[in-house]
Design a protein around this ligand. Structure first.
Ligand SMILES: *[C@@H]1O[C@H](CO)[C@@H](O)[C@H](O)[C@H]1NC(C)=O
Ligand SMILES: *[C@@H]1O[C@H](CO)[C@@H](O)[C@H](O)[C@H]1NC(C)=O
Length: 386
């Protein structure tokens, strides 16, 4: 009897997904030739799907689709899935994405799932502009979710963004899973994933190779869970920069578990401006991490003040507390594998090191501590300075 009920329920579920309304972008006029502007066709498909009375699926078949800066707006009537088998490409001229700051933007869309696909923002022209020191537009983030709740981004590959590849901003309950981000080591500000002002974000099973942070965690991030992350090249996983503004939301309850950093500038970093602020970082756990030839495997830097502008001789007001590092092993590319440079005015508190084994050129590495309180337990190498 129970089996029959289960079977009925399953059939029911399967038929619900089978009758999901289907919106194929080809039917709305998109040309998969990589050159014809497909922006309007995608927007027509979006409009239809977003007003569907039942769950809707937008389908992007194999092929290359050229998209300009585009905003997919909600709220939608029903849950929407965007299934991408093709590649979305930006216009060749980087100025085409203009000053919008965004390439593909989902705004105020709830219950959205984006599955598969490849994004090629063709960022090289933009990086060349930035590196030449000329005046360049601010640069477009490749895919952004703004004010969106209950979203899933799964199986996406993003290459060569102008600025950050993936942004989760002001969202509740977001899952980023099995994504791959690739940009060259020297491409400026091409962060992998940026999370800000969001609650309940999970990032799992992802490989991030970029010219800036693999994952950057901005003000107002709470309940962030990251697992099975491969990072490098890049600047590591960074909470911050925080404390740029005098009034700013803090970051709390962040977990990173099971990660491998390879050849990155940093491993796990907390970074704040040397300026007064209301901001804070608390309840953070970094655990089960392997470092392979990482320059600063464990680092807190509260003296961030690029070009000595707006903060020289000031000290950071960001209050850092209850941060645990455990089961972290591997190799440092510099002698000082653990660096805690906390604020003179707001010292770090409740910092815990447990079972750390980091070496430098097969020898003991060192650690340094400033303005910090905490404990260590288990085997801790380099010797703890807490
Ligand atoms: C911390 O975040 C996790 C998700 O990563 C969540 O399950 C948990 O309830 C949060 N804890 C608190 C105290 O909010
Ligand atoms: C620390 O790690 C090195 C290799 O990175 C290893 O040879 C050594 O045995 C480890 N030490 C302990 C006590 O686990």
């Amino acid at each position: 009897m129970a089996k029959q009920v289960m079977f009925l329920m399953l059939t029911c579920l399967i038929s619900i997904s089978a009758i999901e309304a289907d919106y194929n972008v080809l039917k709305y006029g998109a040309k998969p030739d990589g050159a014809t502007d497909a922006t309007e066709a995608f927007l027509r498909a979006w409009k239809a799907a977003c007003s569907s009375a039942k769950a809707a699926m937008i389908y992007v078949p194999k092929g290359r689709y050229m998209l300009k800066a585009v905003e997919f707006r909600g709220p939608c009537k029903s849950p929407v899935t965007v299934r991408i088998d093709g590649t979305l490409v930006a216009p060749t001229d980087y100025r085409a994405l203009g000053n919008s700051g965004y390439w593909i933007l989902f705004r105020q869309v709830n219950k959205l799932t984006v599955v598969g696909g490849k994004l090629d923002a063709k960022g090289a022209g933009y990086w060349a502009c930035k590196n030449s020191g000329g005046s360049c537009p601010p640069g477009a983030r490749s895919i952004t979710f703004n004010w969106a709740n209950d979203i899933v981004l799964s199986g996406l590959m993003s290459i060569n963004s102008q600025a950050t590849h993936i942004v989760i901003n002001s969202c509740n309950n977001a899952v980023v899973r099995n994504v791959k981000v690739i940009a060259p080591d020297q491409s400026p500000n091409t962060d992998g994933i940026h999370v800000q002002s969001s609650t309940g974000v999970t990032i799992t099973g992802s490989t991030l190779q970029s010219g800036d942070d693999c994952i950057s965690i901005g003000p107002g991030t709470t309940n962030l869970y990251m697992s099975h992350i491969k990072c490098g090249p890049g600047h590591g996983i960074s909470i911050g920069s925080l404390g740029r503004d005098a009034t700013e939301d803090g970051v709390q309850n962040v977990t990173l578990t099971n990660a491998i950093f390879t050849g990155s500038d940093n491993g796990v970093r907390i970074k704040s401006w040397a300026r007064p602020t209301t901001s804070f970082v608390r309840n953070v756990l970094f655990q089960n991490i392997v470092m392979k030839n990482v320059k600063n495997p464990i680092i807190i830097d509260q003296n961030y003040c690029p070009n000595n502008q707006g903060c020289p001789r000031q000290s950071s007001g960001v209050k850092i507390s209850q941060v645990t590092y455990r089961y972290i092993q591997g190799t440092s590319a510099t002698q000082n594998a653990v660096m805690f440079d906390c604020s003179t005015s707001t010292p770090c508190q409740g910092i815990r090191l447990q079972d750390i084994n980091l070496t430098y050129m097969n020898k003991a590495a060192t650690s340094s501590c400033k303005n910090i309180g905490g404990t260590s337990s288990g085997l801790v190498m380099p010797q703890s300075c807490l």
